[in-house]
Design a protein around this ligand. Structure first.
Ligand SMILES: [Zn+2]
Length: 307
């Protein structure tokens, strides 16, 4: 299923240790490993003396202390947040309180679409609803310090408010959870939307950056080749859904069993939501039909084109 993407899981930075990955870019791992976070959240420090912090991470005291220690001789001027999941944004308030820096992000947490009647926010309420950026960034807006400049690149899909940040005068993009070397991200309604996610991948395919620093795991090298594989992977997933539906109407658990072979049982719910994301997109495009709005409990069938 995922053999088509050359995932790179070599990432051995110990939590709490600051590593300079490139001149002017430091990274620090938070000790919050898990099935969705890999080894944990990676926080970046950009620039020297007057610096920006990207994704402060969850409220994890050791991480917050290590991050503040890493910048103790410097001034933090900007706190940027790629998206408002609980493993990325909650510590922004703490870093802001300690440094006086302003927070920057696309906007507060929001779903990609309204919740259906009776639908609960999925994945253990992973959204950080407390975070409100001091400064709301628009797509293509630039923020800068004396030694760095970052362009906001709106990349909705994993969440509606996801932004990547492109470093000016370098082929570098901080890709958040949109593109990661170790795994594809979960695209789960109602936070996520597959049509947005695919459009955001196409957007990166047409940009110049070739080296991505993601929110989890190590760098993505040959980023254009990698993004092309990501797009092909999602299209293949969509093709398998259509192929299974060609054999007859099905519900989401049936589709998950047919498509995900050897799935980590902890990811069954996420896989179901990912299939729902594809089905929402396919229903919107008129290729698949269901009763009412697409839902996790729905049954789905192929729309057969009449010649
Ligand atoms: Zn994350």
């Amino acid at each position: 299923m995922s053999e088509d993407i050359p995932f790179d899981k070599s990432f051995n930075l110990p939590p709490g240790q600051v590593e300079e990955v490139m001149p002017g870019i430091r990274r620090l791992l938070c000790n919050n490993p898990g099935p969705f976070t890999f080894k944990g959240t990676v926080t970046y420090i950009v620039g020297r003396r007057e610096v920006a912090i990207i994704d402060p991470g969850p409220i994890e005291e050791a991480h917050i202390a290590a991050l503040l220690d890493a910048v103790r001789a410097e001034t933090v001027t900007h706190i940027l947040v790629t998206h408002t999941h609980r493993d990325h944004s909650p510590a922004a308030a703490r870093i802001k309180a300690a440094t006086g820096a302003k927070t920057y992000a696309q906007g507060p947490h929001r779903a990609a679409r309204p919740l259906h009647v009776g639908e609960a926010p999925p994945l253990d309420s992973s959204g950080d609803r407390d975070f409100q950026p001091d400064v709301a960034l628009a797509d293509a807006e630039t923020v800068a310090g004396p030694t760095w400049a970052l362009e906001a690149v709106a990349t909705p899909g994993h969440t509606a408010n996801h932004m990547a940040f492109a470093l000016k005068d370098a082929p570098v993009l901080f890709s958040g959870d949109h593109v990661m070397a170790w795994s594809t991200p979960v695209v789960a309604p109602p936070d996520g939307a597959m049509s947005d996610y695919m459009a955001s991948l196409e957007k990166l395919a047409h940009r110049d950056e070739t080296l991505y620093f993601p929110g989890h795991g190590g760098a993505v090298r040959d980023a254009h080749g990698f993004v092309a594989r990501y797009i092909a992977h999602r299209k293949a997933r969509e093709a398998s859904i259509l192929k299974r539906l060609d054999a007859g109407e099905a519900d989401i658990p049936t589709l998950v069993r047919a498509i995900y072979i050897g799935l980590d049982p902890r990811l069954t719910k996420a896989a179901g939501l990912s299939v729902l994301a594809h089905l929402e997109d396919l229903v919107a495009r008129g290729q698949v039909a269901t009763e009412g709005t697409p839902s996790i409990d729905g049954r789905y069938r192929l729309v057969v084109a009449v010649a």
